[in-house]
Write a protein that binds this ligand. Structure first.
Ligand SMILES: [Zn+2]
Length: 103
């Protein structure tokens, strides 16, 4: 059973590209696994450790983290996911977002 919506969303946004760049930097720390079909990822939840963490493309054209483990169900921005690895990386991401005028 796929937990992803079948709808393919537009990932040509500057936000998505920026998120990809930074997620790539932290790929090993986050244990990201690509999910090529929908341009998302599966990863262990940084908050509860469950293997049921996902990054999927949201309506805003960027990625959203959601944990599907009962009792956790954390929803978080890419910024917070990066912050779980490194506050420095999170700050750089946020600054770069402003520098590129990405909302
Ligand atoms: Zn979780």
């Amino acid at each position: 059973m796929s937990l992803f919506k079948t709808e393919v969303r537009d990932t040509s946004t500057p936000l998505f590209r920026l998120e990809q760049e930074y997620l790539n930097t932290a790929k090993q720390d986050l244990h990201l696994q690509s999910n090529d079909n929908n341009k998302g990822y599966q990863l262990p939840c940084p908050w509860c450790g469950s293997s049921r963490g996902f990054l999927f493309v949201g309506r805003h054209g960027g990625l959203i983290f959601k944990c599907h483990a009962a009792g956790c169900e954390t929803v978080a921005s890419v910024s917070r996911v990066l912050g779980s690895v490194s506050r420095k990386l999170q700050n750089e991401f946020n600054e770069e977002k402003v520098a590129r005028r990405i909302k």
